[in-house]
Design a protein around this ligand. Structure first.
Ligand code: PMP
Length: 400
């Protein structure tokens, strides 16, 4: 039975990780996956998370009962504040519908399922390039999608004119997927002024803007600054979807903690939308897991832990910035042909190196440096120990 089922290709990101695991070379380096590593190359559990877990263990009234489909109400409120800000007009008027989700991916899928039921025929416009799963989630969910130009390869910067033109050309009321901060994979975000221009076009075309927030705090090291663009759109009254992930900024990758929000016109609409999200969730996975949400809830509601988290988040983003400088310095001292200033000017977890697919294959096959074929290197996997080796590998594939 099932002999006719063809083997699926490896996932473009997780597949590279699988190949890395199977590689027996002592020199191998994994910079494929967007997961933070310490300078010793080890995964890290934040200290605020460990403290929150210790506090949770002491709580005698904690049980393992089911959460409602939409998740934990207190957790959801705290997440809304983190996204929209303490002074949000939308939150004050009770017009944001938010459900707890299985991290960012679950939030994206929930949004896609909502679109399939209530935005039939609308197309989602996604940046080119993007995190590949944006596209495949839409395919799997059966939601039509298309792309808008984003990356200007020649200048290694934003193709603002192309982006605006494509968003303008999309049918009125389309859904425009935007990376809230620290664009994956390019590491290039619009400036405040450019965000203003994007907002003007989206508003004129009555588009729904879908902010995917997987890196709040990783672009600048500050949670509020990284939410500025999205909050400006919210204040301007544009209709929004927001998917939120705590995988990277809390280091809660495997705990699957996130939210999905929809802004509405009235609190009555919020009630109806939430009731529909409940039905979708009930039939996807019934209800979300509790542990990760309890950790986030504990940290966000305790001023000392909250401050500790912000400090740890800043430290993670600073280490990544240090590694950008270190890699740039190594390439410069090797005299590697080409300009490498984009390594230090790009932000967030990734560097979009500009290496060609052939050079990327060489990086993996000849040098055991596991990176994505589109040239993306996770700077969070670069350490003081491996940076020299990575630079030498880049130098070799560029020269040969
Ligand atoms: N959106 C973007 C842009 C991402 O880069 C990621 C993580 N790589 C996610 C969403 C979601 O990840 P997770 O499901 O682990 O929260």
């Amino acid at each position: 039975t099932w002999n006719e089922v063809p083997a699926a290709p490896l996932d473009p990101i997780l597949g590279v990780n699988q190949k890395f695991q199977a590689d027996t070379s002592a020199e191998k380096v994994n910079v494929s996956i967007g997961a933070y590593r310490t300078d010793e190359g080890k995964p890290m559990v934040l200290s605020c998370v460990k403290k929150a877990e210790a506090l949770l263990l002491e709580q005698s009234d904690l049980n393992k009962e089911y959460l409602p489909q939409r998740g934990d109400a207190t957790y959801v409120q705290l997440c809304q504040k983190m996204l929209f800000g303490e002074k949000s007009k939308l939150l004050a008027s009770g017009v944001v519908a938010t459900a707890q989700t299985l991290s960012g991916t679950g939030a994206l899928r929930l949004g896609a399922e909502f679109m399939k039921k209530f935005a039939k025929g609308k197309t989602v416009y996604i940046s080119n390039p993007t995190w590949g799963t944006h596209n495949s989630i839409m395919t799997q969910a059966g939601v039509p999608f298309s792309h808008y130009r984003y990356w200007n390869a020649a200048g290694r910067d934003l193709d603002l004119a192309g982006m605006l033109e494509d968003i303008e050309a999309a049918p009125e009321g389309s859904v425009i997927m935007l990376h809230a901060a620290a664009h994956n994979p390019t590491g290039v975000d619009p400036t405040a002024e450019q965000w203003g221009e994007i907002m003007t076009v989206c508003k004129a075309k009555k588009h729904v803007c879908w902010f995917d927030s997987a890196y709040q705090g990783f672009a600048t090291g500050d949670l509020d600054i990284d939410a500025t663009a999205m909050r400006a759109f919210a204040d301007e009254g544009l209709p929004l979807f927001v998917s939120q992930s705590f995988a990277k900024n809390f280091g809660l990758y495997g705990e699957r903690v996130g939210t999905f929000s929809i802004t509405c016109d009235t609190p009555e609409a919020v009630k109806a939308v939430m009731s529909q999200l409940d039905i979708i969730i009930r039939n996807l996975y019934s209800n979300p897991p509790k542990h990760g949400a309890n950790i986030v809830k504990t940290v966000l509601s305790d001023p000392a832990l909250y401050q500790e988290w912000r400090d740890e988040l800043k430290a993670m983003s600073l280490r990544i910035q240090d590694m950008r400088t270190a890699l740039y310095d190594e390439l410069t001292s090797l005299g590697t042909p080409g300009s490498w200033t984009h390594i230090t000017s790009q932000i967030g977890m990734f560097s979009f190196t500009g290496l060609s697919p052939e050079q990327c294959t060489q990086m993996v096959e000849k040098h055991h440096v596991y990176m994505l074929n589109n040239g993306r290197v996770s700077m969070a996997g670069v350490t003081s120990k491996n940076v020299k080796y990575i630079a030498k590998a880049i130098d070799d594939v560029v020269r040969n």
